[in-house]
Design a protein around this ligand. Structure first.
Ligand SMILES: C[S@@+](CC[C@H](N)C(=O)[O-])C[C@H]1O[C@@H](n2cnc3c(N)ncnc32)[C@H](O)[C@@H]1O
Length: 277
């Protein structure tokens, strides 16, 4: 038997960050943050110790903490995540901020590549007047988004679609965090636990962005906006692609590390040339 207090001290013997270790300990005991401190003489059962050791071993092998816990906080809500979904990143909250700042009342919003549903659900919960459609190509992924929407009380429509293939109608805002990592990017090596189809296009990183811009021309209302997340070296090219497709008021937003992360533009021309990108 070992108390939670003694177990926390044992954390020094693992290579885990203390915060990760405490979250695993809370997961095993079911304690909240306060209980973890106040019940520091609680004796873990043999079962709990075995379970904790297994979780620590998984984490030590590099499995992301949030796949082990099964959730990730995004926009102050807990989203279920599984190995079928990308783990939402803090910088994607900036995309939500921007959508909320430009969406007109009762706007139709399309979230392409919804993953856990984090963008679509957060937007709907923050602005219940939005009419939100969330799309993903993979059914196991879309199921997680739907579950999150139901559990968090967001009434959104989930559609299985290869980008725009099953999407009807026009939208005021189209948002996406597409797979934008190039096949030869060194960062892919450290992201082996997350679904590769959520991360990379297996090409130069721009093929999905180009498809989304082309499709948006046919699915945006006049004066509607397209916003998408991209890699920190993809800002200039993203602006160029939007410009060539007939967008105006093009802007790139930087993330918390002052790196180019989100580009957006307003669509005004109904007859622009999609083949120019
Ligand atoms: C970078 S993840 C973004 C997930 C989520 N929106 C987020 O920000 O955390 C990209 C998402 O696009 C989806 N996806 C990839 N190719 C797609 C396609 N052709 N059509 C629709 N969705 C696609 C993936 O399944 C994945 O969920």
């Amino acid at each position: 038997m070992a108390s939670t207090n003694a177990i926390c001290n044992l954390c020094n013997q693992t290579i885990l960050e203390l915060l990760d270790f405490k979250l695993l300990l809370r997961y095993v005991t079911g304690f909240n943050q306060v209980e973890l401190i106040t019940k520091n003489e609680y004796e873990l059962s043999q079962d709990e110790l075995v379970k904790l050791n297994n979780l620590v071993a998984r984490r030590q092998k590099g499995e992301p903490l949030h796949y082990i816990l099964g959730y990730k906080e995004f926009y102050s809500r807990e989203f279920r995540v599984t190995p079928d979904t990308l783990i939402p990143r803090p910088e994607t909250e900036l995309l939500v901020d921007k959508v909320l700042s430009i969406a007109i009342p009762n706007a139709r919003l399309l979230d392409l590549g919804t993953g856990s549903g984090c963008i679509a659900v957060a937007c709907k919960l923050e602005n219940p007047n939005l009419d939100v459609v969330a799309v993903d190509k993979y059914s196991d992924t879309l199921e997680v988004a739907c579950t999150n929407a139901i559990q968090l009380g967001a009434k959104i429509k989930c559609i299985l679609s290869d980008w725009f293939s099953n999407v009807d109608g026009l939208f005021d805002v189209i948002v996406s965090n597409p797979p934008y990592i190039a096949h030869d990017d060194v960062h892919l090596g450290s992201l082996q636990f997350e679904p590769q189809h959520a991360l990379t296009d297996n090409l130069d990183g721009f093929s999905h962005i180009k498809q989304i811009i082309r499709g948006s021309i046919a699915h945006l209302k006049k004066g509607g906006y397209l916003l998408f997340e991209h890699g920190f070296e993809q800002g200039e090219m993203s602006r160029k692609l939007l410009h060539n497709a007939g967008f105006i008021d093009i802007e790139t937003i930087q993330d918390y590390a002052s790196l180019d992360r989100i580009t957006l533009g307003k669509y005004t021309l109904r007859n622009s040339n999609a083949s120019s990108i």
